[in-house]
Design a protein around this ligand. Structure first.
Ligand SMILES: [Zn+2]
Length: 218
């Protein structure tokens, strides 16, 4: 059994919908001659990140591992101001001794402050993803209103940026790492949402519409 199959076994709770998604996008990728779609190892939130290199790196190396990968990503979704069925994602994976969720939160906060300026805060909410335990979704202070509340953040002051969590020890077992020795975190973060926050774009569907009035601003 390949590492991909071993990791995919952990998908059981979502198997039906994930298998459908993978089959659909593989077929579309073949038809278009596009890149081969692979299963991501990050949070597993997204069915088929194109450039999910986590498993490959874990196959080739021993910890400590610190990687970030970028890729176009697909999932079944209804288009809305914050969701599109195809988008771009950066996945991060950190595996070392003694890594905790505090490291995850600190790293995210550092990243968002570098991207959006000091004063950004990060909050984590509990969630479920197949490859992380515990799992969280994370929000950043809304860039447009600095947390006061506006239509873009639905007056919550927060903007959802992605999914994350501590790497499930079961993943380490499948990869042959000792879960008593190693721990880690992973996240999946939408580049389109970062661009929307940074440039004050209220609807990420605008990135796909090729309206020159939008594009000429950049
Ligand atoms: Zn806001």
């Amino acid at each position: 059994m390949s590492s991909y199959d071993a990791i995919a076994e952990l998908y059981d709770p979502w198997s039906a919908s994930v298998v459908e998604d993978v089959a659909f996008y593989l077929e579309e990728a073949r038809k278009s001659g596009g890149p081969v779609v692979e299963l991501g190892v990050g949070t597993g939130r997204i069915a088929v990140p194109v450039a999910a290199d986590g498993i490959r790196v874990m196959e080739e190396r021993q910890p400590p591992i610190y990687i970030a990968t970028l890729g176009r990503t697909y999932r079944r979704d209804t288009p809305s101001p914050k969701n599109t069925p195809s988008f771009h994602q950066v996945e991060a994976l950190a595996i070392d001794r003694g890594i905790t969720l505090a490291d995850l939160k600190g790293t995210l906060m550092h990243f968002f402050r570098a991207m959006f300026g000091e004063g950004r805060d990060v909050r984590m909410r509990t969630s479920f993803f197949p490859f992380t335990e515990p799992s969280v979704e994370f929000d950043v202070t809304c860039f447009l209103c600095a947390g006061k509340g506006c239509p873009f953040c639905k007056y919550t002051g927060w903007f959802e940026m992605g999914g994350a969590g501590a790497v499930d020890p079961a993943v380490f077992e499948k990869m042959g790492y000792d879960p008593e020795e190693w721990s880690g975190f992973a996240w999946g973060l939408g580049l389109d949402r970062i661009a929307a926050q940074r440039h004050g774009i209220p609807d990420i569907r605008m990135f796909w519409e090729n309206d020159l009035r939008v594009l000429r601003q950049f």
